[in-house]
Design a protein around this ligand. Structure first.
Ligand code: AGP
Length: 610
């Protein structure tokens, strides 16, 4: 996720850019840049690093302009560097981009055949080249944008300057948010209203496919078909502080709600034109998987929990024996590695010391390594032999939600890709599951957040005063319970144990007494009856039970006091509905307790010490 800003008017655009980009840094901050129209043409000043680094550059201080665009980057294609920073120029086009151009490789080849030479590794520079190519043909910025949109696949929000259109900014929204705003001194553009609060509160969020033409006195809109659109201007009541969180009270809640979009971003470029799961865009061809006979997943905390969920998919679909190891234990008691062992390191930050140490141990042992990482070009991503990015975008809350969620979605898609590549799954099934991950999972997340709002708060009110509680589950639900327990502990400070539902009766059930909260999760139909009997065991000893189960159990009379039903239109829908439920229950409990949700005590976003 990146931040875009633009301004054209009577004022000095450059300080507006730097001020707005400072607010947008929550959207990504590994590199930054500004393009400004001057008497001598469009000047671009950009660099790796944060906005402060840019502000210290002499060439920026010397820049004065009334029309500029700016960008703060969360790297996806091509690591953080001066060259990869936005804006990017191609011919007479200079643009900034938020999103992912899924077909950038084939477009890059087409442009290269036309003689275009690329400087960066980014998909954005390719988009600029395509737009310039269309502009050369049409001679009109809006016509060029409309033509380019027919070629670009993926998600994008662009802010664009053209050499020969002084004082004008063009913009388009397709899959990534973008707003227009009008101030006393000109017209504005931004990824979200947060960046513009110091200048104006009157804005219009572009709809999908809408193209904008901004000058200092007006904003013209049209659809991709060319029909003129009148913007329905609205006024925000948001405070600058709240604005950084997009109107949410906490980054964590914002990131929970971003998960539907994050799942799509994490898997879109891993489904090919035939609808089959395909990781070749990550530089991993199908043949690689044929030599993998055993998988060791190594990670910490939530990443390790995602690995446990993923291991079930890898064994069930890819038929590859998979074990999950705590990174801080791995190198002190390394498992025996059989021929064909692949070590997968999962890490949102890509900098966790325990996981990095495990990676280095695996490499020293001569084992092939794969990193599943969110933050691009981080140490684990760089040092692993291969890497798959989760594209969740920057995660600001210390307690991970979309980071964990996209680790699960990538592992799920990877399991199906391996199964198909090795002939262990037919194409029809592979397409079905791939489609369910990209379509059903995001919808299920949104469905649960909308449908059970009041239920979540009601249950959280019962949990908040407690000091101890349990999560129980069987199979995949047990794996989800591990993350459920950690979420509750790390943000609401309630001691929570995750237990295999069938194991609780072998001793620990002695801790269950009147009013002990027990949340049971059941996602697999064949395990429901056994889980229900475990629910009855604890309920008969006074537990206050919440049951999170499938909506097709046919049950008439539940033993639980609260029941949350999961959609069952696909396995992906059920799993991701349960996944978001455990997150939002932890969030609401911590909120009711008044805990510091985004910055819980004792924690750090990336644990870079062993
Ligand atoms: C934060 O919510 C997690 N609970 C924390 O355990 C994290 O998953 C762990 O520290 C690993 O971090 P990483 O994914 O950045 O490697």
């Amino acid at each position: 996720m990146c931040g875009i800003i633009g301004y054209t008017g009577n004022g000095n655009a450059v300080p507006k850019m730097t001020e707005g980009l400072s607010v947008l840094e929550y959207r990504g901050y590994d590199s930054v840049g500004i393009a400004a129209q001057t008497d001598g043409g469009i000047s671009v000043v950009k660099c790796k690093g944060r906005i402060q680094t840019l502000k210290e550059k002499e060439e920026l201080a010397a820049l004065s302009s009334t029309c500029a665009i700016g960008h703060t980057r969360w790297a996806t294609h091509g690591g953080p560097s001066d060259i990869n920073a936005h804006p990017h120029r191609a011919g007479s086009v200079v643009l900034v981009h938020n999103g992912i151009i899924e077909n950038y490789k084939e477009l890059k080849e087409q442009m290269q055949q036309k003689g275009v030479y690329f400087l960066s590794e980014t998909d954005t520079e390719v988009a600029a080249a395509v737009l310039n190519d269309c502009y050369l043909e049409s001679g009109d910025p809006v016509a060029a944008i409309r033509k380019a949109m027919l070629q670009l696949k993926g998600s994008y929000a662009f802010g664009v300057l053209f050499d020969d259109h002084k004082g004008e900014i063009y913009a388009v929204r397709q899959g990534s948010p973008l707003i227009l705003a009008k101030g006393q001194d000109g017209s504005y553009l931004a990824s979200d209203i947060t960046a513009l609060l110091p200048f104006t509160r009157e804005y219009y969020p572009l709809e999908e496919g809408e193209i904008a033409h901004l000058t200092k006195s007006f904003a013209k809109l049209c659809s991709v078909g060319g029909e003129e659109i009148t913007p329905a201007w609205t006024t925000t009541s948001m405070s600058p502080e709240a604005a950084q969180k997009g109107g949410y009270p906490h980054f964590m809640l914002k990131e929970i709600h971003e998960q539907s979009e994050a799942i799509v971003k994490s898997v879109s470029s891993r489904i090919n034109a035939e609808g089959l799961p395909d990781f070749s865009a990550d530089g991993i061809d199908a043949d690689f998987w044929k030599q993998v006979k055993n998988i060791q997943i190594v990670a910490c905390g939530s990443a390790m929990h995602a690995g446990i969920v993923g291991s079930r998919f890898l064994e069930e679909y890819a038929k590859i024996p998979t074990n999950v190891y705590i990174a801080s234990e791995y190198r002190y008691h390394p498992p025996l590695a059989v021929d064909g062992t692949l070590v997968i390191i999962i890490s949102q930050s890509g900098e966790t010391a325990d996981s990095l140490a495990a990676l280095r141990y695996a490499k020293s042992a001569g084992l092939p390594t794969l990193g599943i990482v969110n933050a691009v070009e981080t140490t684990i991503a760089r040092e692993a032999d291969r890497r798959i990015y989760t594209y969740a975008g920057p995660e600001i809350a210390v307690a991970t939600t979309k980071g964990y969620c996209t680790q699960v979605s990538v592992l799920y898609m990877l399991s199906v890709a391996i199964a198909y590549a090795t002939g262990r799954m037919d194409a029809v099934t592979a397409k079905e599951i791939a489609h369910s991950i990209k379509e059903d999972a995001p919808r299920a997340v949104a469905h649960m957040l909308e449908t059970y709002k009041d239920t979540f708060v009601r249950i959280a009110k019962k949990l908040a005063p407690k000091e101890d509680m349990f999560y129980i589950g069987r199979g995949t639900a047990y794996a989800l319970s591990l993350e459920a327990a950690l979420k509750i502990k790390e943000i609401s400070y309630i001691h929570t144990e995750a237990y295999a539902a069938g194991e609780l009766k072998h001793g620990t059930i002695s801790l269950v007494e009147e009013g002990t909260p027990v949340i049971a999760i059941s996602t697999e139909a064949e395990l429901y009856d056994k889980t229900e009997s475990n629910v009855r065991e604890v309920a008969s000893r006074g537990a206050d039970v919440t049951l999170i189960c499938r909506d097709d159990t046919g049950e008439k009379e539940f033993s639980a006091n609260e029941v949350i039903l999961l959609p069952t239109n696909s396995e992906a829908a059920t799993v991701f509905a349960a996944l978001v439920t455990i997150q939002i229950l932890a969030y609401e409990t911590a909120r009711i307790k008044g805990c510091d949700i985004d910055r819980p005590r004792n924690l750090a976003k990336s644990v870079t010490v062993e």
